[in-house]
Design a protein around this ligand. Structure first.
Ligand code: HEC
Length: 127
C-alpha cells in the first residue's frame, strides 16, 4: 500500500519533470528587453546600485555581480536585499570592502530593485 503510494509519487515526479525542464531550456538572450513590470526597479537599481553592482547587475571593481549563484533567492533571500540597503554590508564574501547603507532608497524601492535583480538572475539561468 505504502509502496504503491511512493511509486505513484515517483511516477508523478517523472511525468512533471520534462514539463519543467522544457520551460527552463527556452533560450533567452541577455539582450531580452526588460519587461515593463521590472523597469521601475531597473531605473532605481541604475540610480542607486549599479555604480558598484554594475549595469545589469554584472559587477564592477567596487562591488560584486548580483547576477551570481551566491545571490540566488535561497542563499540571499529578499530580506538580505532590504538589510543590505538599510544597514549596509560588512565585507564577507569578497575583497571589495564594505557596502555602505543606501539612504536614497525606501523599502518599496528595494522591493522593486529586488524583483528586477531576480528577473536578471532568472534570465541568466541562475535559478
Ligand atoms: C558603494 C558600493 C555599493 C553600492 C552603491 C551598493 N552596494 Fe551592494 N554591495 C557592495 C559590496 C562591496 C558588497 C559585498 C560585500 C561582501 O559580501 O563582501 C555588496 C553586497 C550586497 C548584497 C549581498 C548582501 C549579503 O547579505 O551578503 C546585496 C543584496 C546588495 N549588495 C544589494 C545592493 C542594493 C540593492 C544596492 C542599491 C540600493 C546596493 N547593493 C548598492 C557594494 C555596494
Amino acid at each position: 500500500m505504502l509502496a504503491a503510494r511512493i511509486m505513484g509519487v515517483l511516477i508523478l515526479a517523472f511525468v512533471a519533470m520534462p514539463a519543467c525542464s522544457e520551460g527552463e531550456t527556452t533560450p533567452k538572450s541577455a539582450t531580452t528587453p526588460v519587461p515593463a513590470e521590472f523597469q521601475p526597479g531597473e531605473a532605481k537599481f541604475n540610480a542607486n546600485c549599479s555604480g558598484c553592482h554594475g549595469t545589469g547587475g554584472m559587477g564592477t571593481k567596487q562591488g560584486p555581480a548580483l547576477v551570481h549563484k551566491i545571490y540566488e533567492p535561497n542563499h540571499h533571500g529578499d530580506a538580505a536585499f532590504q538589510r543590505a540597503a538599510a544597514n549596509g554590508v560588512r565585507a564577507h564574501h569578497w575583497e571589495f570592502g564594505n557596502m555602505p547603507k543606501i539612504d536614497t532608497v525606501t523599502p518599496d524601492d528595494v522591493d522593486q530593485i529586488t524583483k528586477y535583480v531576480r528577473w536578471l538572475q532568472k534570465q541568466a539561468g541562475i535559478f
